[in-house]
Design a binder for this molecule. Sequence first.
Ligand SMILES: NC(=O)c1ccc[n+]([C@@H]2O[C@H](COP(=O)([O-])OP(=O)(O)OC[C@H]3O[C@@H](n4cnc5c(N)ncnc54)[C@H](O)[C@@H]3O)[C@@H](O)[C@H]2O)c1
Length: 376
Amino acid sequence: MADKLRVGVIGCGSMTTNHTYGYLNSARYEVVGISDLSEQAMSDFDEKFAEYSDYKAEHFTDFREMLSKARPEVVSVGVWHKGHSPMTVAAAATPGVKAVLCEKPMADSLGAAREMLIKTAKNGVKLVIGHQRRFLPAYTLARQMIEDGEIGDVRLITSVAGDGLPNYATHQTDMFRYLLGDVECTWVTGQVERQTDHWERATPIEDKALAVFGFENEAQAMIVSDLTPVRWQGARIYGSQGMIEMTTDDLYLMNANSSGWAHHKPDGEFLKYGEDRFEWIEAGAAQARELADWVEGRSDYHRNNGDNGYKALEMIHGVYESARLHEQVFIPVKTMVNPLEEMINDGHLQVRYPGRHDIRAGQLRGENLGEDIDNA
Ligand SMILES: NC(=O)c1ccc[n+]([C@@H]2O[C@H](COP(=O)([O-])OP(=O)(O)OC[C@H]3O[C@@H](n4cnc5c(N)ncnc54)[C@H](O)[C@@H]3O)[C@@H](O)[C@H]2O)c1
């Protein structure tokens, strides 16, 4: 076995915990450095991985110092959204860094996401965006069933989301493309409502949204977000000859051969169906293993590469752009700022019930109730 890839982590929170389980469970990495503004966050992080011999992380309160001193080859970026682009760019500019695994949404604007693509490409650094659900066995089985023609031509995919489109629903825009064999989305139309000063991880979000997407193979997809309290990751997929209802764990197929709804519960490669934290552990480890293969030249592709991450974000910002311009928006989206922020700043979307509230304020440490990205 070749030497293990050296990992450095920026932001010791919930999602880099998942990355780190992925690195360690895939057995292809050693974690050599972690950085966080909070010493407590780093000690809490250490405790979670105490039993792993490949976890030997030095602590840094300055992520740039971690990049230069810990000499990581793979960098995890898991701070809140607006830190994703500057930190990915900084990592990509650091000698020795071969890959960045950055959390979703890729960035807080398409312009910032483009900078990530430009700088990683320029420096030959591989970029992965953490839409880890592409690695769920049920998602991959549904994709295979669609490719095999089990439900004929896909006509419509529906999903329900909540807590803001960029937060929850980039997983779904990414999933639509994954299920459809990564065909391109060609147009978007949408509507948003924002009567309260609603934020999520220090970026503004809408109160409610409705979005419809068209794809180059004539399939369509729809997201109903925050219009009801119901939300789940997964999809209802309607085809010309059958249907699939898919969750993060399992799926039901109905077609002419299935005698009603046939239940499929595929095992993962790291875990069996139904094991504790199946979704998170399985997807994290499989995502990390595919990244190691890509970095080490055993494959030339990662399903969560930066281009796919960008397209998932572009579909979401296309919804905002459609609401801003009151028209159907064609991909590529040309506006490089966040169209929702643009609507807020130019008075197009006026708050009716003032008072900023961030739905993730409870994750902040100390007395902080608002921002969480310093020094980025
Ligand atoms: N892929 C998924 O399913 C999924 C799930 C949850 C969150 N996320 C994404 O992960 C990202 C992080 O969310 P989270 O809930 O894990 O965050 P979190 O609040 O749990 O952790 C963020 C950490 O970053 C640290 N931080 C802030 N500024 C820093 C800086 N300059 N240098 C170093 N550390 C810094 C904070 O102190 C905090 O410990 C978000 O963009 C979120 O959308 C993705």
